[in-house]
Structures are given as C-alpha cells and as structure tokens.
Design a protein around this ligand. Structure first.
Ligand code: NAD
Length: 475
C-alpha cells in the first residue's frame, strides 16, 4: 500500500487572511470575542481514505472546513491539487465566509480539498476518489442542501460536481432537495445556465465598474473605460479564460497570458479564443503566432494597465511586487497578493480589487443554482410567456395609438421575455455593481482606510456582527 502524503509545506495563507481581518477590525467597534468568533474556523474535518490503484491501494488525504455557521448552509468549492493542505483549506473557507457576506449571499463559508494532482489519475480513479470523498462527507454530516454545499474550485469542474450530486442522491433516497447539495453541476443535471462562466464574468464586471469612475482613474493616471486598456491574465483555467474572454468582449486588450508552461505576450493583443484552441491542440500556450515566449514567472511583470491573477495564492509578494507594472490588480484567484506586497502596491499608487469581492460571481450564481434546485423550477419558466404576452399587448396598443409601426427587430427586442441565462446574468451584474459601490463608499468614508480589501472586510465584519446580534448571541 503506497501512501500519498508528501511533506507538508509550511504555509501562512490562513494567517495572511487573519492579518487582513485584524487590520480591518481596527476600523470597527465590535467586542473582541465577537471578532474572534467571526474569524475562527468553526469545524475542520481532516480525513483519509483508500482507493484501489493498479495492483494495490493508495491513501488519499482530504479536508472539508466549515469556517462559519452564522448562516446555513455553508458553501465553498473543492480544490483538487497535490499542494492542498489544511492551512490553505482553512484560508479559502474563511474567504468564502467574507465573500458571501460582501455580495449578500446568505451562506456561511466552507472549502474542501483533495490532495491529488488530477492529471496523474484516470477518469475512473477520479470518479472513485470523488464518490468516496462524498461518502466520507455524508458519514460526518458535512454535506447537504441545508448543511454544507460544495462547488468547483481549482482542479475540479462540472464532471466532479455531477459525481457528487449522484452519490449524495443515491445515499439519500427520496430526499426532495438532494440536487441542492452541490452546485456547479452540468445544466443537464439540474445545473444553471451561466454558472460555468460566472466567476470570470464577475471579474470582468468588477474591473469595468472600477475603471468607470473618473475620480479614481485620475488618481491612477488612467483614462476611464475598459476600451483599449492593456490586460494580463495569469492562469487560463475556468476563471482566467472567462475573465480574459469577457474583458476582451468589453473592449480590453489582452496583451499577456501566463500558464504553468510559460507566458505569451503581444503588446498589440492576443485573441483569447485562438490561444485557448492553440493550447488544446499543442498542449501549451507557447509559440502562439505573433507573441513572444517568456517564463511563467515573468508574465505578471510585463507592461499592462490591469493584471488579473487567476491561478493560485501567493503570486504577488515582496519578491516581485516592485516589478509589477499594472496600476490595477483584479484578484480572480483567492489570495494572490500577500498583505506586505499589497501595502507596497498601494504606496506605489496602485489599487487592488480584492478576491473576496472580485471573484464572488461564482458563489453568487451558485446561490441562484441552489435556489433553482430548492424551488424545482427553472428561472423564467413560469413568467416568460406571460411577460411576452403583456409586452406584445403594450406594443400593439402603443402602435395603435401613435400609428407608428415598429420594425420586426424592434418588436422582438421589446416583446421578448427573459430566459434563465438572461436572468442569471442580470442578477450577477446587479450584485457585482452594487457590491463594488458598497465597498468604495466604505473605502472613501475614512481617509485612514488603506485599501479596498480593508474596506470590504469592514463591511463584511459589520454584516456578520449583525447576524450574530440577530441570533441573540452577542449584544
Ligand atoms: P482551474 O483549475 O480551472 O484553472 C487554474 C489554472 O491556473 C490552470 O490552468 C493552471 O494550469 C494554472 N496555473 C497554476 N499555477 C500557475 C502559475 N503559477 N502561473 C500560471 N498559471 C498557473 O481553476 P479555477 O477554477 O480557474 O480557479 C483559479 C483560482 O480562482 C483559484 O484561486 C480559485 O480558488 C479561484 N476561484 C475559482 C472559482 C470558480 O468558480 N472556479 C470561484 C472563485 C474563485
């Protein structure tokens, strides 16, 4: 029997998250006991289970952390990575609590981790691991539509979520809301339109909102608007690909893309879809026509206006922050900037759109998926035709009164009822825009407020404190 445990790397991700929290807490007046309760991880479940592999067995390390039970269920993705460790899962779970609070999604935060490199396993083995992981969660009551609801994260996606949904439903026969036990499922298995691209779409909306404010752009020495802004994206996975795609749809120029194998850079811009297809066929982003090849680490240091780290934590540190040319960092990934690097970046006149807000689009649409699963009806199903009939009556009436006939195109734009995807995208956009302004207002209230992250965390602490006060736990 081989045991899949590599030496634990010393990490400080959770303490970095706590450092940011403590810093923000100074701007609030809450009892230290309450602050401690908000900050602490409520439940940390570490487990190991064997899977059959080749002629023997392998023992897999796994975690599920429920950071905060101030709301139920708890919610957060499952990371499949050989680098996963307890500190990382705790940090990511804490970020989920803060993320849900900042975008007003009524969940506590959680996160899961499976310590494997998915590329080293067959699909059959990945299915065995995922199903067994789910059974372990069921055994300890760490999953359920009203308990704890996993979702995809680094290294996992719709396929893994469908295995989890199927295992949960099989083990809970007759449970009406079983599909609400996990989100990020394929649409054919009770998923929701727009979830796959939600995090990247949210990142792009966050950036668009940020660059639309003239006063803030003036301070950064940038013009307003996304059009023509040069952007580098680190990581071409789910978050990175869709961030790049929507930012370029909004008019931004993607000048650099960085992946594990290296970076490609072209000051005139890269066609994101063509790069994606190039990687699919060649196995690498490198040697893309018209672009120069650089190392992976060099990517984020290239000239640009906006940098979107969308890979992993701890990418911008004291070691490289002085080399970052971007004026805006939009954190698609969780924890990409260390607290020390952030202070320097701001001192040098930059701004960071913080992870807990910037990548909250995924959990926002996961919330919509969960609502859909609990209500057992797709958004728009009941009211779409009613809306269309009403709109049609209105158009006919206005045409009759004015004597002006609309073109078929104008007619169809006005008459059309909203589809599920349109409702999801509209809810996501509204959430991202409102939350941006909430954070910005908090940021502007106190001149000592040193970052958008601090402002976001102050808003989060105040919201969670109210939840505890409403529960009657704290005065
Ligand atoms: P993913 O597995 O789909 O993609 C990550 C990509 O980053 C991979 O292609 C990987 O090769 C690449 N990568 C890894 N290390 C790199 C490096 N040093 N330089 C360049 N590229 C590198 O994962 P994802 O779901 O896109 O998640 C990325 C980040 O976004 C994580 O921090 C995750 O926690 C966060 N996030 C994801 C979601 C979601 O909905 N998937 C939601 C919120 C936050």
């Amino acid at each position: 029997m081989s045991v899949n445990i590599s030496a634990e790397q010393p990490t400080h991700f959770f303490s970095d998250v706590c450092k940011n929290f403590d810093h923000a807490a100074q701007f609030t007046k809450h009892d230290t006991g309450l602050l401690d309760q908000i900050k602490s991880c409520n439940s940390v479940y570490r487990f190991r289970f064997p899977i059959r592999r080749g002629n023997g067995f392998e023992v897999i390390d796994a975690w599920r952390v429920e950071h905060s039970h101030h709301q139920s269920p708890t919610k957060g993705g499952i990371r499949y990575s050989e680098m996963v460790n307890e500190d990382e899962v705790m940090a990511l779970a804490a970020l989920m609590t803060y993320k849900c609070a900042i975008v007003n999604v009524p969940f506590g935060g959680a996160k899961g981790g499976i310590k494997i490199n998915p590329k080293n396993y067959t699909i059959q083995e990945l299915e065995n691991i995922t199903r067994r992981y789910t059974v372990e969660l069921i055994k300890k009551n760490f999953i359920g539509p009203s308990i704890d609801v996993p979702a995809p994260d680094y290294g996992s996606g719709e396929r893994e979520m469908s295995w989890i949904a199927d295992t949960y439903a099989t083990m809970n026969p007759g449970q009406l809301d079983a599909m609400g036990a996990v989100t990020g499922k394929p649409i054919a298995l009770h998923g929701i339109s727009g979830r796959r691209e939600a995090t990247g779409r949210g990142v792009a909306i966050a950036v668009r909102e940020c660059v639309s404010i003239a006063e803030d752009m003036q301070k950064l020495g940038l013009t307003t608007g996304i059009s023509g802004k040069k952007i580098i994206v680190q990581g071409l996975g789910n978050v990175g690909y869709y961030s790049a795609k929507f930012l370029s749809d909004f008019g931004g120029i993607i000048v650099g893309i960085s992946e594990m194998e290296g970076t490609i850079y072209n000051a005139d811009g890269l066609d994101v879809e063509a790069v994606f297809q190039h990687r699919k066929t060649t196995g690498s982003i490198l040697n893309f026509a018209g672009a120069k090849n650089l190392t992976s680490a060099e990517g984020i240091e290239q000239p640009c206006d906006i940098l979107v780290p969308a890979a992993l934590e701890n990418q911008i540190t004291l070691k490289n922050v002085k080399n970052i040319k971007a004026k805006i960092i939009a954190e698609g990934a969780n924890g990409p900037t260390s607290p020390e690097a952030e202070a320097i970046f701001y001192k040098n006149g930059g701004i960071i759109i913080p992870d807990l807000y910037a990548n909250a689009g995924g959990v926002t649409v996961s919330y919509f998926e969960w609502l859909k699963n609990l209500s057992h009806v797709a958004f728009g199903r009941i009211n779409r035709r009613f809306e269309e009939t009403n709109n049609l009556n209105l158009v006919n009436m206005v045409e009759g009164i004015t004597g002006i006939a609309l073109s078929p195109m104008q007619r169809s734009i006005i008459v059309k009822g909203a589809s599920e995807l349109e409702l999801v995208n509209s809810g996501l956009e509204d959430t991202m825009i409102r939350s941006y302004h909430e954070i910005r207002e908090t940021y502007n209230v106190n001149e000592k407020m040193d970052s958008m992250r601090t402002a976001a965390l102050v808003a989060v602490i105040n919201k969670i404190a109210v939840s505890y006060q409403n529960l009657g736990i704290w005065p």
